[in-house]
Design a protein around this ligand. Structure first.
Ligand SMILES: *Cc1c(COP(=O)(O)O)cnc(C)c1O
Length: 474
């Protein structure tokens, strides 16, 4: 073998460098979980690019190189990381991820990922039971909520349209009803499927930002009158921007009554089925024909790990096949162990291993502990905002997502939006905290998702004080 190639696969080097990497990561975790250091070291995209263009040709030890990666990466476990909905990876799952990368089992067919395949069936079964989908339920793990939603909608079309779209292409005008506040990936998926603008029936939200269930019938009738065959309703649990859950029970009954496929996008908050305190938010999810839950958001798994669950497993087999669904035998699984028959991916990551490792190390109750703690913090933060004269709360939160803004007397709506956008940009560039912003009712609001298990009530008080100080100088 060429020396360089031999060196690349040297087991002793791997052992040595691997130990150093674990030491580096453990030190990093100890530091950031304590709130030390910045959440992110801001560089402009062009400066970041320049840094790495120069880095690739210069001399560094592997450990220095890895340390530079850490320095230039946002610290998700930091208590002051309260931005987007990416979860703080459980360390055991990071170790499992390394195992998955080294074994590189491709998962498409059984023997290319025997352990991962069986683990996938085990953990998918656990989730189906927790959701309450019934004895016929099954599903799989796929690469992200976006792909899972697309796959669920493809399954819905397969099951609900009278014609065989898989074979003939789109011959009739189909439509899906969805909240006007749903994640953009639903809209994108339907466009990919050729539904076009008119096939995406957006039902407005009520004053609490839940889909206005009083308008569902009217929107269905109007779409039907326009010649659209509505096949499904996609509820959000919760919506991304505000973290508010749709009334799944009402949507579910509406779907039953009108023969619609009931899809639940629980990418963020489906995990609350594990929380004894908050599972009531998902009441009605047990009726859903398909459910998406991202384990990389509220279930401590690394990106990407997403569950797609089906009430009737037959539908999970039918999605990508020409065979009519009645030809699938619902009595026993059709090659359950060859997951690529059911997923969009051919080769896919050993996502099941990471999730399984969390349950194995910490038990299922870890999800209750995590979700309940983070959702409780959402309410605590909302109270603190309401008590502060310089801030306005958008809505009492359902979850760990909270929207609010800084207010100043005498400013117009536009000026308030501008001020909050500038505050958020300054916070980003300072790097002491990380929060995001969102557009609601045409205005710019600040937004947090409380993801780190190290965030405390005191973090919020500090954040508000920090914003007030910034606003004095902006
Ligand atoms: C995050 C999110 C998605 C997208 O999931 P990815 O895993 O980022 O692809 C879809 N829907 C909702 C409600 C989400 O919160």
């Amino acid at each position: 073998m060429i020396d360089n190639l031999r060196e690349a696969y040297n087991a002793e080097n791997f052992r040595k460098e691997g130990h150093k990497l674990i030491d580096l990561l453990a030190g990093h975790l100890a530091k950031i979980s304590n709130g030390e250091g910045k959440v992110l070291n801001w560089k402009t995209p062009d400066d970041q690019l320049k840094f790495w263009e120069e880095h690739i040709g210069s001399d560094h030890s592997l450990t220095d190189f890895f340390a530079d990666v850490l320095d230039n990466s946002i610290a998700i476990h930091h208590p002051k990381y309260i931005g987007h909905q990416v979860g703080a990876t459980a360390p055991v799952a990071a170790l499992a991820d390394l195992l998955g990368a080294m074994t590189n089992n491709g998962m498409a067919i059984y023997e290319m990922g025997a352990a991962g395949t069986a683990m996938e069936k085990v953990v998918t079964g656990i989730l189906c039971r927790q959701v309450g989908s019934g004895d016929n339920a099954d599903g799989f793990i796929t690469s992200g909520g976006t792909l899972a939603n697309l796959t669920a909608l493809l399954a819905a079309r397969k099951a609900m349209s009278e014609r065989d779209v898989w074979q003939e292409g789109n011959k009739e005008k189909l439509g899906v009803m969805v909240s006007a506040e749903a994640h953009y990936c639903i809209d994108r998926s339907l466009r990919i499927m050729g539904f076009g603008e008119e096939g995406i029936i957006k039902v407005p939200v009520d004053e609490k930002f839940r889909v206005n269930t009083g308008l569902m019938k009217q929107y269905l009738d109007e779409a039907t009158d326009r010649g659209i065959k509505v096949i499904a309703f996609a509820g959000s649990a919760p919506t991304t921007a505000t973290g508010i859950y749709d009334d799944l029970e009402q949507i579910g009954s509406f779907c039953r009554k009108n023969n619609l496929w009931f899809h639940v996008d629980g990418a963020h908050g489906g995990a609350a089925v594990f929380s004894s305190k908050y599972k009531h938010l998902l009441k009605g999810v047990e009726m859903a024909d398909s459910v998406v839950i991202d384990a990389h958001k509220m279930m401590m798994a690394p990106v990407l790990t997403t569950f797609l669950l089906f009430k009737n497993k037959v539908n999970s087999y039918a999605t990508f096949h020409q065979k009519a669904k009645y030809l699938f035998d619902s009595q026993h699984d059709e090659e359950w162990y060859n997951y690529a028959r059911r997923t969009f991916e051919c080769t896919k990551l050993m996502m099941s291993l990471k999730f399984y490792s969390i349950i194995k190390a910490h038990g299922l109750r870890i999800f209750d502990e995590y979700v309940t703690r983070q959702y409780d913090l959402g309410s605590s933060f909302a109270e603190i905002i309401q008590q502060h004269p310089d801030f306005e709360l958008f809505l009492p939160p359902d979850s760990n997502i909270v929207c609010f803004r800084y207010i100043r007397k005498g400013l117009s709506e536009n000026e308030l939006s501008d001020l909050n956008a500038r505050l958020r940009q300054q916070i980003l560039e300072n790097g002491d905290f990380y929060i995001v912003q969102t557009q609601l009712k045409g205005a710019t609001w600040l937004r947090v998702s409380i993801m780190s298990p190290f965030t405390e009530v005191s973090t919020f008080k500090e954040l508000l004080g920090y914003i007030v100080d910034l606003a004095d100088h902006i």
